[in-house]
Design a binder for this molecule. Structure first.
Ligand SMILES: Cc1cc2nc3c(=O)[nH]c(=O)nc-3n(C[C@H](O)[C@H](O)[C@H](O)COP(=O)(O)OP(=O)(O)OC[C@H]3O[C@@H](n4cnc5c(N)ncnc54)[C@H](O)[C@@H]3O)c2cc1C
Length: 376
């Protein structure tokens, strides 16, 4: 098969890798607009479950990914300056650029052609392809090109967020809630390499406007956030990587493929970053698409099977992500809660865990919560 892939993010690269590895005769070309060593963002999180999929799908790249992971087993919620730790959830962080480097290296070793610094603006160059994969992210050009067929919905959410890094290292997936004269803010932070952590700052639209971010330079925004979270940053500055305030866009598509063109990853649907599953979803799409092609020789059948297999699984995660996103849009209303019930409310936000599951993970936390409820 001749396969053209638009976008060298996790979805496009992992699909290329799996297809080429299992059938070296495939001719696969990935076209990426950025240079090889240049990407947006800082680190991404994987749950231990996400890692097991990678291990099963391609052991070689998994070994390299595993070598680069920072692993932690707790979450911490900082509210009113008090830190509440919740044990029992294993997560790992990896720098996005490191993940891409590993996938690029494995693709190239196998013979996948990656063409960097080339922005795809029409599909003419792929006219000889049996399959065209739109792995071109949240602002997908391919999705727009065939929007009449894919019927995408783009829901621009109201909260604002900015994706920074910092050399302050966090020993847990830490959510820090801070309040000032302008409103309420949360920082999502986690270590993704020995020396660097991701630090995403989020607030609602009213807070953002009151703080005056719309008329601040990127530098001024960064200084504002450094000042706000100075107790949490331990004197370390925030680091920028094209870090600007944006709104999260919930992407969905009625149809997933058109003729021999298919969407995967963020181009297909986005998963709110607060549940740390966007990259995982993108990689799982790549795995499912690869599996559909290993079971079917016919492109139309494989694309149909991909959609049938993935839709139900994806929709559960999307529901959790939706609840989580709504929680973040409304956390201002919960700031009156004391730290323990606040942390409990946070843990329940997506509907992924319930009281008893949380007790299994961290009996001490549940005991503290029940004691608090008993007192109030
Ligand atoms: C703030 C934030 C934090 C996040 N944190 C996490 C996390 O902790 N865990 C997690 O799992 N996920 C996280 N995500 C989500 C994750 O970044 C995405 O879900 C994931 O990168 C999707 O992979 P993808 O390959 O589909 O798209 P992308 O990674 O966006 O890759 C798309 C690629 O296509 C290229 N491209 C686009 N258009 C063109 C074109 N016309 N021509 C050529 N190339 C093109 C882009 O340059 C890009 O390299 C986070 C996202 C955000 C915004």
């Amino acid at each position: 098969m001749r396969i053209g892939i638009v976008g060298g993010g996790p979805a496009g690269l992992y699909f290329a890798l799996l297809m080429k590895k299992h059938k070296p005769a495939h001719e696969i070309r990935v076209v990426e607009q950025n240079p090889a060593d240049n990407t947006y963002g800082w680190g991404v999180v994987f749950s231990d479950r996400a890692l097991s999929y990678l291990e099963e799908s391609d052991h070689d790249s998994y070994v390299d990914i595993a070598d680069s992971l920072e692993i932690w087993d707790k979450q911490a919620i900082v509210h009113r300056g008090q830190r509440v730790a919740i044990e029992g959830s294993i997560f790992s962080g990896i720098a996005r650029i490191q993940l891409l480097r590993i996938l690029q290296a494995h693709c190239q070793r196998l013979g996948v052609k990656i063409q960097f610094e080339t922005t795809v603006t029409d599909l003419e160059a792929f006219s000889d392809c049996d399959l065209i994969v739109g792995a071109d992210g949240v602002n997908s050009f391919i999705r727009e090109e065939y929007s009449a067929h894919f019927q995408p919905s783009l829901d621009v959410r109201s909260n604002k967020y900015v994706w920074y890094g910092t050399n302050q290292t966090f020993d847990a997936l830490t959510l820090t809630f801070r309040e000032n004269q302008d409103g309420v803010f949360v920082a999502h932070s986690y270590r993704h390499s020995k020396k660097t952590s991701t630090f995403i700052v989020e607030c609602n639209a009213a807070t953002w406007a009151k703080a005056g971010f719309d008329s601040m330079s990127d530098e001024e925004s960064r200084s504002y956030c450094e000042e706000l979270f100075k107790d949490d940053l331990g004197g370390q500055p925030l680091l920028s990587n094209k870090s600007i305030w944006i709104n999260f866009i919930v992407v969905n598509n009625q149809r997933w493929s058109y003729k021999n063109v298919v969407l995967i990853g963020d181009a297909l649907r986005t998963v709110h970053f607060s549940i740390g599953s966007g990259t995982r979803t993108a990689l799982e799409d790549a795995i499912a698409l690869y599996q559909a092609f290993s079971a079917n020789r016919d492109v139309a059948m494989a694309l149909r099977e991909f959609e049938e297999a993935r839709k139900p699984v994806g929709s559960q995660l999307l529901e959790i992500a939706h609840h989580s996103l709504i929680w973040y849009e409304n956390f201002r209303d919960k700031m009156g809660l004391d730290p323990i019930p606040f942390a409990y409310d946070y843990m329940m936000r997506g509907g992924r865990v319930d009281h008893e599951k949380l007790r299994e993970r961290d009996p001490e936390f549940i005991a503290a919560y029940e004691a608090y409820k008993g007192r109030t």
